[in-house]
Ligand binder design. Structure first.
Ligand code: FUL
Length: 481
């Protein structure tokens, strides 16, 4: 009897939600690890190593281990700042192009174990892992494929070395959310004293398919980043600019890290076979590593806000580099800017004007997919139209004349990215006035527009590859014009 009762309840819920009528996925869809990554949106990049002490951006590989000697290294400070800033994780340069390792790798002498820091007993990655655990942040790792210190770089032996290091990293530091494979590859370097130029073939040398397999085997929850994915792609520039048209899709089969793809990485491929969303990596300073003479050149909170709009606001995640100084601390100049940026963001998106307001759609698939799903605060519910309907309007009734100048729109990407064109209008003085428009939406877009005083907002999905699925809409009146 009890069982029958439960069955009845389950069926009623099922029917009420109309899930039996759920739309089919369209095209490539994100994996669970990619979905978890999309939701992170904003996290910290940390460039820190011998370069911090030699004042360089690219170390040659001949730096003495003894130069690495932070006077007050405190990964808990980094993690606290990241968490206070609203970031969800930290990706650190475990090894940059100079080959120096921030952990005591078994496979090289060129690491913290031969530095004076903590008498050679220290492990920056372990300290950072513990700090991230304490502050609820996820940890990611950058392991430079190019190694200007290694005597075997350029030979097949290097691949064994590189993979040994990768295994070490992915085994000893708990769950890793992202593994970052850089595209800068080959050139001049120390190479164990050879001091010469070594070129490799980007396409074949690293045998990426099998190198990626190691990540899958040891860290199935980690996304793999590179110019060409497979899970997350570079956005094609280091200046913080996501593309307005931005497909989370890529035909990556013939692509590889370090290839000449910058031009297509912004928009991705509309007909892409794989889900490979863009990540915007950019530094809070001109350089990736700390240089004292750049203390006055730290991006202002307003500038960071612009970066936020041009990255998270354009369907990309923001990986913001904040390099620790020679003490091993995030510098006051950077911390102040980050905290003021957080306040700006909170002020900008303070009071969601769409929340609790009546929403109607010109087409709705059925009960479980009603228009009001877009402002119910639940990312798992969404408004959907009938299968054949690829254009439709949503009208949010604000109840009274209301000033608005920001909109957030999100697609329900679990079933694919669909929207190709949208526009937003506001109802004022008896007519609809244009507010903003665009092409793709994807996981999230945030749009600014001059203040309008309107009683209703209309979101028109003008063109979509399949019936549009919208999971969230928010409206704000941010301070200023
Ligand atoms: C580049 C590297 O060459 C830079 O030094 C930096 O690490 C940046 C994030 O990626 O390709």
């Amino acid at each position: 009897m009890k069982q029958l009762y439960s069955l009845l309840i389950i069926s009623v819920i099922f029917l009420a939600c109309g899930r039996k009528d759920a739309p089919e996925p369209f095209g490539a869809v994100p994996s669970e690890r990619q979905l978890a990554w999309q939701e992170m949106e904003y996290y910290m990049f940390v460039h820190f190593n011998v370069n911090t002490f030699t004042d360089k951006e690219w170390g040659y590989g001949d730096e003495k281990e003894s130069v690495f000697n932070p006077s007050a290294l405190d990964c808990r400070q980094w993690a606290k700042v990241a968490s206070d800033a609203g970031m969800k994780g930290i990706i650190i340069t475990a090894k940059h192009h100079d080959g120096f390792c921030l952990w005591p790798s078994k496979f090289t002498e060129h690491s913290v174990k031969n530095s004076p820091w903590e008498n050679g007993k220290g492990d920056v990655l372990m300290e950072l892992k513990q700090a991230c655990d304490e502050y609820g942040l996820k940890l990611g790792l950058y392991l430079s494929p190019w190694d200007r210190n290694s005597s075997v770089y350029g030979t097949p032996g290097y691949l064994t070395y590189y993979r040994n290091q990768l295994r070490e990293l992915l085994t000893n530091y708990g769950p890793i959310f992202e593994v970052w494979f850089d595209g800068a590859n080959g050139g001049d370097g120390y190479y164990g004293g050879a001091r010469e130029t070594r070129r490799i073939d980007n396409k074949t040398y690293y045998d990426w398919t099998n190198t990626h397999q190691i990540v899958r085997e040891l860290q199935p929850g980690a996304v793999i980043f590179s110019d060409a994915g497979p899970d997350v792609r570079w956005v094609g520039n280091e200046s913080g600019r996501g593309s307005l048209t931005n497909w989370c899709l890529l035909n990556r089969d013939s692509m590889y890290p370090g290839g000449d793809f910058a031009k297509i990485l912004g928009a991705g491929h509309e007909d892409g076979k794989y889900w490979v969303p863009a990540e915007v990596d950019v530094s809070i300073r001109p350089g990736w590593f700390y240089h004292q003479d750049q203390d006055s050149l730290v991006r202002s909170p307003e500038n960071l806000m612009e970066l936020y709009y041009s990255s998270v606001g354009r369907n990309s995640n923001l990986l913001l580099n904040v390099p620790p100084d020679r003490r091993g601390l995030l510098n006051e100049a950077d911390v102040n800017s980050l905290m003021a940026f957080r306040e700006l963001r909170e002020r900008e998106f303070k009071n969601d004007l769409a929340k609790g307001k009546a929403v109607n759609g010109t087409n709705t698939r059925g009960n479980g997919f009603r228009a009001s799903n877009v402002n119910d605060g639940n990312p798992e519910t969404y408004w959907a139209t009938n299968d054949k309907q690829t254009a439709a309007d949503l009208i949010i009734n604000l109840g009274q004349e209301t000033e608005v100048n920001r909109i957030i729109i999100q697609e329900y990407i679990r079933l694919g990215q669909r929207v190709e064109g949208f526009k937003v209008e506001g109802f004022a003085d008896g007519k609809w006035i244009p507010v903003t428009d665009g092409t793709t939406i994807g996981y999230k877009i945030i749009r600014k527009f001059p203040v309008v005083k309107v009683s209703k907002m209309k979101i028109t999905i003008g063109k979509s590859k399949a019936c549009p699925l919208i999971s969230n809409i928010e409206l704000y009146r941010a301070p200023g014009e």
